[in-house]
Design a binder for this molecule. Structure first.
Ligand code: GSH
Length: 303
């Protein structure tokens, strides 16, 4: 069978995590969502991933339906479950999948205020789960269940964001936190995504993951690193008109807020080449090329 995928899609991850949990072999085909191939549009009624192409060639769509198919056709994660329990589990699973896009939107917040506003919605679902969780390692006992799989993409992404930006979607919810750790321990999170998932995820959501002191990032990436950027100071590599590329240290100015081009130019004390009327020739800069996180001494990374 084949899963048609987009690298950072949580709906896809729910499907691949279930296939991994059941040790089922599958192929992956990644597509571009901004330029969907014709063959995909022909088999996907909603134009969305995931699509699962079964061994008999049938294309299944919608992640809820796909995971239920996988649970039905392959040895079930919970073999002895009553129809009532199954319905309840489905409801808890749907609570997760209904919130995938809520989390995506929170991750793309333009600033901390909007981030908190958008995460409040996700927080309500997290509150409900916190109340529901018992003392067992997984949702329904000692073994992983369909509900665990459905919540994995949310909790996996929350852990990446927490590492990269110190913003914790899970927050002060001890049972949810413990459950998150338990799910991450299974390694299903890594197994169910591509090896460069974190890179693609952080680039897409403009959230830098632990920049080391010498990591150089394209300026556009640094500029849009709005989710509590971990960079405390940057060094800019620029080029004076007619001169070689050089590094210009302009000090600390990223403190958690988005930074505009205007602020950057002001902070650098340099002049754009477009403002030739005011800039003496030796101060004309053709452009800012990249930013580099600098060691921030004993200062904590997270404010
Ligand atoms: N209800 C769908 C939602 C899937 C979905 O939103 N997929 C996104 C990627 S994460 C997608 O394909 N978006 C492209 C589009 O909507 O055109 C499911 O559960 O499978």
């Amino acid at each position: 069978m084949k899963v048609v995928s987009f690298k950072i899609c949580p709906f896809v991850q729910r499907v691949t995590a279930l296939l991994e949990a059941k040790n089922i072999n599958y192929e992956l085909e990644f597509i571009s969502l901004s330029n969907k191939p014709q063959w995909f549009l022909e088999i996907s009624p909603n134009g969305q991933v995931p699509v699962l192409i079964t061994d008999s060639g049938k294309a299944l769509f919608d992640s809820d339906a796909i995971v239920e198919f996988i649970e039905e056709v392959y040895p079930p994660l919970q073999p002895d479950i009553s129809p009532e329990e199954r319905a309840i589990n489905r409801a808890w699973s749907y609570l997760a999948s209904k919130n995938y896009l809520v989390q995506c939107s929170a991750q793309r917040s333009p600033d901390r205020g909007v981030l908190e506003e958008r995460s409040a919605k996700l927080g309500k679902a997290f509150d409900r789960m916190e109340k529901q969780l018992g003392g067992t390692p997984y949702f329904a006992g000692d073994a992983i269940s369909m509900v665990d799989i459905a919540w994995l993409p949310l909790l996996h992404r929350a852990s990446i964001i927490e590492r990269g930006s110190c913003y914790d979607f899970v927050g002060d919810r001890p049972k949810l936190k413990r459950w998150q750790k338990q799910l991450l321990k299974t390694e299903l999170a890594e197994k169910s995504v591509a090896t460069d998932f974190e890179e693609a995820f952080s680039a897409f959501f403009a959230c830098r993951i632990r920049p080391s002191s010498d990591e150089v990032v394209p300026w556009q990436t640094a500029r849009s690193a709005r989710l509590a950027p971990p960079m405390r100071a940057v060094e800019l590599s620029s080029k004076r008109e007619g001169g070689p590329r050089e590094r210009l240290r302009i000090g600390q100015f990223l403190g958690g807020d988005p930074i505009s081009d205007g602020e950057l130019w002001r902070a650098s004390g340099l002049r754009r080449s477009s403002s030739t009327a005011v800039a003496p020739p030796d101060q004309r800069i053709e452009g800012i090329l990249e930013a580099r996180a600098l060691p921030s001494g004993s200062e904590p990374l997270c404010a």
